[in-house]
Design a protein around this ligand. Structure first.
Ligand SMILES: Nc1ncnc2c1ncn2[C@@H]1O[C@H](COP(=O)(O)OP(=O)(O)OP(=O)(O)O)[C@@H](O)[C@H]1O
Ligand SMILES: [Mg+2]
Length: 502
């Protein structure tokens, strides 16, 4: 292959932070019109490599060649000028502006007298969306739109700046299933127009659906670059994790589930807002209950109501047979309930605080001595949690913000398990974690149940839901439409039909 076919080449890139080497001599190239998957475990260096291409960080060594010529990329502006656009994991839009205003924020078409010409922006935005073959109203205020539209706006923004290469870092993490499918179709169309896409994802099915080639990073070094057709799924998984993992997604019945006896949690006729309507179910110690449903079916809202975030309007919640009032998260924690939220960055972590402080936040009650914090005890507790969950961090006092996405997720989980809850609710627990960690988290969920805890798992990945759930509750429009024992669910398709209410 002639190197002139490469739109982008990164040659022997190395990068360290505070003396810690994060990328070691990594070479990576992208051809015109290809989808190149960038894979690797949490903290392997994927986002960092892309931030270098994007001008957010500068490499310590190595060079970047664009269109066959050496390029200096010292800023996001440089990257844009070189035709590189990024669809950020954390969106970079201004919520109070319209879609069109966001697209042309940095490069507004100027009208007479130098004012932003709103009409021209709207017209041009319409053209870009028409080329993308998607339906987005350029005049809608971004804050009123869902994440799928934010993403389309970001893509339109990059395309309007003539991006030839689009970097997508875990783009489906915040999308519903049908939205992901729409994104994949858009990627197919962009490819046909010669746009190249660098696609970072922990989901193997997406990599197989989209990618022409794959590069795997391990611990900051490049392990391989191959066409997808030249490697088996097993090789990819082993390459990412560094060892073989088997039977990750196989359901294993646990015999200690108490099939009789008193429920740990009972919910009767619960109403809380428009998306929790007359919900009733019970949960025994040792049981794992999966919540399935489409986006908007009320899964997250049910979790929030059980954790005292959303107000209960009517109905009853009983824990160990006693009626409880869960009007705040603190009351829920005191009653032995923990929620690991879906949106870890917004709800799960204080990003500027240290890993240790984040871990200890729900545990403050246990580590105070009179009015003082017992800092030794705090150190011990946080260190043991970091070890137990294999959180990759140079030192516990480093801000959580500096951790890779997946390691932030581990901190959220470790933090809540530290409170030793009896009832544990996990909302999309494996979002953003690598496949190795994913199987560890699923094992952990099974272990917690085996230890007698009651667990509720929300997941939009059916294989994952089926791997751990002993029962699946199907929600639709806020109501329970099915309550199915795992043994009655033949396969993924069965569940999919149940979710659609068929
Ligand atoms: N600004 C920074 N300062 C210090 N360390 C950093 C910084 N940015 C990243 N790191 C470290 O570099 C390593 C690689 O992080 P990176 O975010 O690139 O991983 P990743 O492959 O994207 O992982 P994930 O799949 O979890 O998103 C991590 O150990 C991370 O803590
Ligand atoms: Mg990352």
């Amino acid at each position: 292959m002639n190197t002139a076919d490469n739109v982008v080449e990164m040659r022997s890139i190395s990068k360290g932070f505070n003396g810690v080497s994060v990328l070691k001599d990594v070479s990576f190239d992208v051809r015109k019109g290809e989808v190149h998957a960038l894979a690797g475990g949490n903290g392997a260096g994927k986002s960092t490599l892309m931030k270098i291409l994007q001008g957010v960080y500068q490499a310590d060594a190595g060079e970047i060649v664009i269109g066959g010529k050496p390029a200096t990329i010292n800023s996001i502006q440089d990257a844009k000028a070189a035709g590189i656009g990024m669809v950020f994991q954390e969106f970079s839009l201004v919520p109070s502006l319209t879609v069109a205003q966001n697209i042309f924020l940095a490069a507004e078409p100027l009208g007479m007298g130098g004012f932003i010409d709103d009409r021209a922006s709207v017209r041009r935005a319409k053209e870009v969306f028409a080329e993308m073959e998607v339906d987005v109203d350029p005049q809608a205020e971004v804050s009123r739109l869902g994440t799928a539209y934010w993403q389309l706006t970001e893509i339109a923004k990059a395309l309007s700046q003539n991006a030839q290469v689009l970097i997508m870092d875990e783009p489906t993490a915040s999308l519903a299933r049908h939205e992901s499918e729409a994104l994949f179709e858009l990627i197919d169309r962009l490819k046909q127009r010669g746009i190249s896409i660098i696609y970072i994802s922990h989901r193997m099915d997406e990599v197989y659906r989209l990618a022409d080639r794959i590069t795997i990073l391990r611990d900051g070094a490049r392990l391989l670059t191959e066409p997808l057709t030249a490697v088996t799924p097993e090789q990819i998984v082993e390459g990412i994790v560094g060892k073989k993992i088997e039977g990750q997604l196989a359901y294993r019945e646990r015999d200690h589930v108490a099939h009789e006896g008193a429920p740990l949690l009972e919910v009767r006729g619960l109403n809380a807002g428009p998306r929790v309507r007359d919900v009733s179910f019970s949960l025994r110690p040792g049981e794992i209950l999966g919540l399935a449903g489409l986006m908007g079916s009320g899964r997250t809202e049910l979790a929030r109501a059980l954790f005292g975030i959303d107000r209960r309007e009517s109905g009853e919640i009983l824990i160990r047979g006693e009626k409880v009032n869960l009007n705040s998260p603190q009351q829920a924690i005191d009653a032995g309930v923990a929620l690991i939220p879906e949106d870890r960055r917004a709800q799960g972590l204080v990003l500027d605080h240290s890993v240790r402080d984040n871990l200890l936040l729900p545990l403050l009650g246990q580590i105070t001595r009179g009015p003082f914090l017992d800092s030794m005890k705090g150190k011990d507790l946080s260190s043991s949690l970091i070890k137990k969950f294999a959180v990759k961090v140079a030192h516990p006092n480093r801000p959580v913000r500096l951790l890779s996405g997946g390691n932030q997720q581990k901190v959220v989980i470790a933090k809540w398990l530290g409170t030793d809850p009896d009832i544990l609710i996990l909302d999309e627990p494996t979002a953003g974690v690598d496949i190795g960690t994913k199987s560890e988290i699923l094992d952990m969920i099974r272990e917690l149940a085996s230890a007698g805890k009651a667990v509720i798992v929300i997941s939009s990945e059916y294989p994952e839901l089926l791997a751990v759930s002993d029962r699946v509750l199907v929600l639709k429009d806020g109501s329970v439409i099915r309550d199915i024992p795992r043994s009655d669910i033949a396969d993924e398709e069965y569940l999919q039909l149940a979710v659609q209410g068929v």
